[in-house]
Write a new protein. Structure first.
Length: 77
């Protein structure tokens, strides 16, 4: 599924009162649905950008390789 299609389905699901588990975010559900094993997020941010990474990328159980090169990160959550 493409991300926008996934978002539409999630909106429809919430309209039908089928809410996600407590603490589960849209990004977390999308990452778990597709079983990503590699996330290459190199050079996504420039120096001075708001460069906060979503915590979900560190909680995805299927990810075996995460690359964050050249992002000028101040901290990792």
């Amino acid at each position: 599924k493409h991300f926008l299609e996934f978002v539409r389905e999630e909106i429809e699901r919430e309209r039908c009162k089928k809410f996600p588990k407590y603490g589960e975010t849209l990004m977390m559900r999308y990452l778990n649905l597709h079983h990503f094993t590699v996330l290459s997020l190199d050079s996504m941010f420039k120096f001075g950008d708001d460069n906060q990474l979503p915590r979900e990328i560190f909680r995805c159980p299927n990810v075996k390789y995460l690359s964050l090169k050249y992002n000028s990160l101040e901290y990792i959550p």
